[in-house]
Design a protein around this ligand. Structure first.
Ligand code: PLP
Length: 286
């Protein structure tokens, strides 16, 4: 099916949408993105994603070409035009396309930001990995040190996914100074003695929108949450492990570097969190 996508103010068939070769997203990875999931044709936590987008733009001194109301309208128009029931909407804003390649930022008055959005169909609620669990390997975290900004510099996370696939695993957890930062495209957690442990927010990791919702729901369900770092060895000895992100919700992690976590099966805490997250998302999606 030919998707209808959004590019700089226009809705176009995907094969007619064009971006300049001078676009700084293309030349310099000078851009930010968001992925908002869609279930039942509605957006999950649109407000959270749009607020984080504004923060990413502000941290990079990049102009936002649309208001938040316009952004919601574009998301909804794309859902309608593409009959999207379940999946996600990818949004990217870059520092635009100046007349030539240059390291210096272009003047935002003459070079407006570029904006692109498109839909992706994906099975979210009944994703097979939710009932099977995923296997992860550990790799060094070689990314830059502003991982709190959701930039399009995704080469290292892509390499991480390739290293995982080569090792027969599904994903990689990145490690810095002996401690897990996060997954290549998700936040990482372990469960020990009923306690949910996850690294605290800083420039070292992305402040996941799903992380915020899941930790809030865990606390509301009287679960204990401890925000601190952990090592791969501690994770291998944990009762459970899991990851969260907009497009996975909660996926149990059943193996780390070839070693089973707990009994090697999907854990009850991860399952329960996934269930209450989906239940709330279905209720609150807009
Ligand atoms: N950490 C990284 C590095 C990510 O790329 C992502 C999502 O893409 C996340 C965490 C999870 O964030 P969210 O829950 O907002 O999708």
């Amino acid at each position: 099916m030919t998707r209808t996508v959004y590019v700089n103010g226009e809705y176009l068939p995907e094969n007619e949408a064009k971006i300049s070769i001078f676009d700084r997203g293309f030349l310099m990875a000078d851009g930010v993105y968001e992925v908002t999931s869609v279930i039942g044709g509605k957006l999950v936590d649109f407000e959270g994603h749009s607020k984080r987008l504004e923060r990413s733009l502000a941290e990079l001194d990049m102009a936002n070409p649309v208001t938040m109301d316009e952004l919601l309208e574009i998301h909804r128009a794309l859902i309608a035009k593409n009959d999207l029931v379940e999946g996600g909407i990818y949004l990217q804003i870059t520092r635009g396309a100046p007349a030539d390649r240059d390291f210096a930022f272009p003047d935002p008055d003459t070079t407006p930001s570029s904006i692109v959005l498109f839909t992706q169909v994906k099975n979210l609620v009944n994703a097979p990995a939710a009932s099977k669990g995923i296997k992860v390997i550990s790799i060094d975290d070689l990314r830059w040190e502003r991982r709190d900004i959701k930039t399009v510099q995704l080469l290292y996370p892509s390499m991480g996914k390739m290293m995982a696939a080569k090792a027969g695993a599904d994903d990689a957890w990145m490690v810095q100074d002996g401690l897990v930062t996060e997954g290549t495209s998700n936040n990482a957690y372990i469960v020990k003695g009923g306690k949910i442990i996850t690294r605290k927010l800083s420039n070292d990791i992305l402040a996941g929108i799903t992380r915020a919702a899941v930790l809030r729901l865990a606390k509301e369900a009287q679960m204990v949450v401890e925000e601190r770092s952990f090592s791969i060895e501690e994770a291998q000895e944990a009762d459970e492990a899991f990851v969260t992100s907009a497009t996975t919700f909660v996926f149990p992690v059943v193996e780390i570097d070839g070693k089973a976590v707990g009994d090697g099966k999907v854990g009850s805490v991860a399952s329960r969190l996934r269930e209450i997250y989906i239940e709330e998302s279905l209720r609150k999606a807009i």
